[in-house]
Each structure stands twice: as structure tokens, then as C-alpha cells.
Design a protein around this ligand. Structure first.
Ligand code: FAD
Length: 523
């Protein structure tokens, strides 16, 4: 006989391995995954009259057998081992995130005709109230990312005197970092209406006959035991790769996977391209002003600035959004490599050469006389690309789930944007007299390949993108899966574009927005 666990109060954390085979868990809202997104939503429901089931695949701490469920195949560009790129236990990947946070810019939400598949069905203004609420969730400071405000707080923080119509100073804040598994554990355990089940790996989402709604979930354990889950509404919050994997593997009734009627699930996997790109040589006058605003000491600095191109420049050059962090360094502390200088003189020489029909010379410059050098680390958004994708591989994990295959792919736009970014930055440094910008050879090389230092930022985005049109997105603007009345998705998998900054602040803001929407639906 099946044990049915309804939403009775008083049993708040249950290790699902202790439940008999065939147990049915029942509640109003079921959240799959207890990481940044899932715990954010669960906390919003504490004290509500509805029962929330929070299903976490892992335990309360790291376990090798659970982590191994994340292993997968890399078939595209080189990438981090997947079992190291996300954590599979209560608290999720906040267990080792670094805490860098900033907001997406207004342009990140816009349709940009030079960025295929760009445009969110939301604006930055729509997200603002949720960004404000997300700040304390991540233990951040005031909802204020204006450089002038941080200067007022700390007069030592002085922005470089650059023309903001060309290059602007973009602020970041740093979470301690908030580790959700320890920070929110007691609150979740004590919540009268939230029942946390650990070792509850969801292996299948079961749709009804007409594929119009979810009728249940199947949880499987390493010893082969299975549990059933029934709720009025379900939220997937397993992070981008696992959200896509679960939908694709739920193919009993829909052969291509759930929510995948238009072959979009798993596609548009995006990362941030974090690559050492050159260095900045500050002229003595600029260096004397101090660089406190741009320098950062872990655990001490609460905010730091980076440099970004104004939206008008991005539009004019038809490039992606990016920011550059300036990391104090010695003249030769980047790679042992030659540099190309981007200075007004060099650009003028190149223009003259081009005007005379000669190809632009590759200029190798000695470091200019300068007071201080900073290594330039770029963080650039990746253009949405349907060929960059997650699919199911042939191998299965210990629960019998197909493992994932990651085919990370980049485009010409991704590559071209780097050179354009530094060209624009170099011109403004030269014009303003702030200093000189030099780029590593690969940045302006005619060779379209990527340097060995190509790296993502450990940020997984896309795979269940948001769009009002079901032919162009997996979820609608409310983060509900198109065509499935009671299934929503939380996390960066719904991002249509990646923005230039790390994703967690934005995904927590979107989770709060989703929670509000669910409250309207379920109360
Ligand atoms: C080294 C590193 C540094 C980072 N630094 C930053 C940073 O500085 N700034 C920033 O913004 N971001 C950073 N990130 C990214 C950040 O960690 C993620 O954006 C964030 O954790 C994603 O939250 P999430 O809830 O979507 O996923 P996760 O935090 O990964 O949570 C997903 C949860 O779902 C559970 N789960 C998965 N599958 C199932 C299943 N089938 N059934 C049940 N449960 C399941 C998992 O166990 C996990 O608990 C970093 C990541 C790494 C790896």
C-alpha cells in the first residue's frame, strides 16, 4: 500500500531515502531544486496557507555519488567538467559561488538588430523592484549601482575622467558570498508550511494525456526506490543544464521532451566570455588620482567599478555588451606576449595606411611611459546561438537518467566584439589623456579562432529561453512553460540574452517576480 504524505505540518526536513517505495508526496506548490532560485522562492512562501514541497536531489552537504549525477560529455569548445561546474546538494552552487553581483543594463533587455534572437519581453524598469528585493537575499548593500553614489559614500572612490557617452563606470557589489545552504537552512527547517525533501532527485515530469499540464513527478533513488509527487503547480529550479536535461528526459508522452514542441529546449546555452585581453597603462596624472574605485580586496571591498561601453557606442559598432575589470599588475604581468597598442597615433597610422590602399600594419608597441599598469580582464556576453546547446547523451547515470552532452559554440559576433570593444576603449583613453590601452595579439588578430585562455565564467544561461511566442521561447514572459498550465521555470535558463554581468542577482530577482506571479495564481 502506498503511503501518502500530504501537507501536514511539523515534519519540515525529511531525508527521502527514509520513505517507503511508492510514497506519494502531496502539496500545493512543488519546487524542484534548492539552490539560489529554489530557496529564494520557498522563502517567499513561508507562512502562507499553501503547502510547499521543496525537492532537493542531493543531501545537506557534498556527496560524491550525488555530484557524479552531473557528469556529462563536452563535444564543442573546451569547457569546465560539468560535475565541477555546479553543486548538487542543498544550497546548490551558492556553495562555491564568488558573490560578484551587478545589474543588467537597459540595453541588455532590448531587441538589437545586430544580435540575432536578442530582446526580452521585459524591460530593466520592469525588473527594478525585484532587483531591489533581491539585494538583501544575497546579503548585498543598498540598491544603488551609481558610481557617483559610491563616491559620496567614500570620497576615495573616484571614477576615471572618461566621457560617459563613450565609456562609463559600471559598479558591482559583492555578496559575502551568501551560501544559501547554511544561511537559510534554519529558516527553511522551521517553516511550518515548507517541507524540504533531500535525496529527492526528480527523474521525470509526467504530463497528462493532452500534454497541457503536469500531473506528477517521479523521484528516483540510488537503490531503485521511487516516489511520486503531486502538486497544483511545479517550478523547475535545477539550474540551466539540469532544467533542460529534465525536460528533454521527460519524453514518455512527448518524444522530443516536454515543452520542446519547437526544438528549443537545451538550445541557446550561453556563458560569459572571461578572457585576459590586454592591459591599461595609466598616465601619471590619472594614476595620482587613485584607483580605489577599481581595485578590490576579497572580503573587504563591498563595491568595485569596471569599465563598459556606452549603449550608443555598442549600437554604432554593432557589438555585444562587455565590461572590463582592471587588475593591478606589473608591466609584464599579463602573458609573455606582444601587444598591439590602441592609441590615437596608431589608429591614425592605420587609417592612413588603409587610405593609401595598404593593409593596416600590425603594431607591436613597447609599453608607453606610465605610472601604473592594470591587466584588463574582459567579461563579454555571449550572443544567443541555437547551435550552442545541451542535448542528451547515450550514457546513463546511476539513476538511469541520460547524461547531458554540452556543445558550447560561439559566433563571429562574439569574436569581433572584443576587438571593437578595445578599439573604442583605447580611443577614449587616448582622447581623455587617461592613458593607453594595449591588447593582446589575439584580440585584433585576423585569425577568427579563440586563444587558449578562452574561458567561461562558470555561468550557465539560456536553454529554456523566455519569449512571448512559443515558436521562439520555451517559457512565456511569466516564466511558465508554453503549453503547460502548471509548470514554471526559475533560474538563468530563462534568460534570452546573457548581459555582461554575472547572473545570480538577476536570476534571484526573476525568482521573486515568479513567486509573486504564482501567489496570484495559487491563492
Ligand atoms: C566557481 C563558481 C563561481 C561563481 N561565481 C559567481 C559570481 O561571482 N556571481 C554570480 O552571479 N554567479 C556566480 N556563479 C554562478 C552561480 O553559482 C549560479 O548562478 C547560481 O548558483 C544558480 O542558481 P540556481 O538556483 O539556478 O542553481 P543551483 O544553485 O545550481 O541550484 C540548483 C539546485 O537544484 C538541485 N537539483 C538539480 N537537479 C535536480 C533534480 N533532478 N532533482 C532535484 N534537485 C535537483 C541541485 O542539487 C541544486 O541544489 C558561480 C558559479 C561557480 C561554479
Amino acid at each position: 500500500m502506498r503511503a501518502v504524505l500530504t501537507g501536514e505540518r511539523g515534519l519540515m526536513h525529511i531525508d527521502a531515502r527514509t520513505l517507503p517505495n511508492g510514497t506519494v508526496l502531496e502539496g500545493d506548490l512543488c519546487i524542484v531544486g534548492a539552490g539560489a532560485a529554489g530557496i529564494t522562492i520557498a522563502r517567499e512562501w513561508i507562512g502562507a496557507k499553501q503547502t510547499v514541497l521543496l525537492l532537493e536531489g542531493g543531501g545537506l552537504t557534498y556527496e560524491a555519488a550525488m555530484q557524479d549525477l552531473y557528469r556529462g560529455e563536452i563535444v564543442g569548445l573546451p569547457y569546465f567538467p560539468l560535475e565541477a561546474a555546479r553543486l548538487h546538494y542543498f544550497g546548490g552552487t551558492t556553495g562555491h559561488w564568488a558573490g560578484f553581483c551587478s545589474t543588467f543594463d537597459a540595453i541588455d533587455f532590448e531587441v538589437r538588430d545586430w544580435v540575432p534572437d536578442s530582446g526580452w519581453p521585459l524591460t530593466r524598469a520592469d525588473l527594478d523592484p525585484f532587483y531591489r528585493r533581491a539585494q538583501p537575499v544575497l546579503q548585498l548593500g543598498p540598491y544603488d549601482y551609481a558610481a557617483e553614489s559610491w563616491h559620496r559614500r567614500d570620497p576615495a572612490m573616484i571614477a576615471l575622467p572618461l566621457d560617459a557617452r563613450a565609456v562609463w563606470t559600471k559598479m558591482w557589489q559583492f555578496s559575502p558570498p551568501a551560501r544559501f545552504g547554511t544561511l537559510y537552512r534554519d529558516e527553511i527547517f522551521a517553516a511550518p508550511n515548507v517541507r524540504l525533501y533531500t535525496h529527492a532527485n526528480v527523474c521525470e515530469i509526467e504530463a497528462n494525456d493532452s500534454l497541457a499540464a503536469v500531473q506528477g513527478l517521479r523521484v528516483r533513488q540510488l537503490d531503485g526506490k521511487e516516489l511520486q509527487v503531486r502538486a497544483r503547480h511545479y517550478v523547475l529550479a535545477c539550474c540551466s543544464i539540469q532544467n533542460a536535461r529534465l525536460l528533454l528526459a521527460s519524453n514518455a508522452r512527448a518524444p522530443a521532451g516536454l515543452g520542446n514542441g519547437h526544438d528549443l529546449v537545451g538550445r541557446y546555452f550561453m556563458e560569459h566570455l572571461e578572457i585576459p585581453s590586454g592591459r591599461v597603462a595609466l598616465a601619471p596624472a590619472a594614476a595620482r588620482r587613485g584607483m580605489a574605485m577599481y581595485e578590490w580586496t576579497q572580503g573587504v571591498t563591498k563595491a568595485r567599478a569596471e569599465l563598459a561601453l556606452a549603449p550608443a557606442v555598442q549600437r554604432a559598432r554593432r557589438i555585444l555588451n562587455a565590461t572590463v575589470s582592471l587588475e593591478p599588475g606589473a608591466p609584464d604581468s599579463v602573458a609573455q606576449s606582444t601587444f598591439q597598442a590602441i592609441t590615437p597615433d596608431v589608429l591614425a597610422a592605420e587609417r592612413d595606411s588603409a587610405a593609401q590602399g595598404r593593409s593596416a600594419p600590425a603594431v607591436t608597441a613597447a609599453p608607453p611611459a606610465a605610472e601604473r599598469f592594470f591587466n584588463a580582464m574582459t567579461r563579454q556576453e555571449q550572443a544567443p546561438n541555437p547551435r550552442s546547446r545541451i542535448s542528451l547523451g547515450a550514457e546513463r547515470d546511476a539513476l538511469g537518467m541520460p547524461r547531458v552532452r554540452l556543445d558550447w559554440q560561439l559566433t563571429d559576433l562574439d569574436r569581433r566584439s572584443f576587438a571593437q570593444f578595445y578599439d573604442a576603449l583605447g580611443r577614449e583613453f587616448g582622447r581623455s589623456g587617461v592613458g593607453r590601452v594595449q591588447v593582446l595579439d589575439w584580440v585584433r588578430s585576423a585569425n577568427p579562432g579563440w586563444p587558449k585562455t578562452l574561458s567561461g565564467g562558470w555561468h550557465h544561461m539560456g536553454t529554456t529561453r523566455m519569449h512571448g511566442d512559443p515558436r521562439r521561447g520555451v517559457v512565456d514572459p511569466d516564466c511558465r512553460v508554453h503549453g503547460l498550465a502548471n509548470l514554471s521555470i526559475a533560474g538563468a535558463s530563462v534568460f534570452p540574452t546573457a548581459g555582461a554581468v554575472n547572473p545570480t542577482l538577476t536570476l534571484v530577482a526573476l525568482s521573486l517576480r515568479l513567486s509573486d506571479e504564482l501567489k496570484r495564481r495559487l491563492v
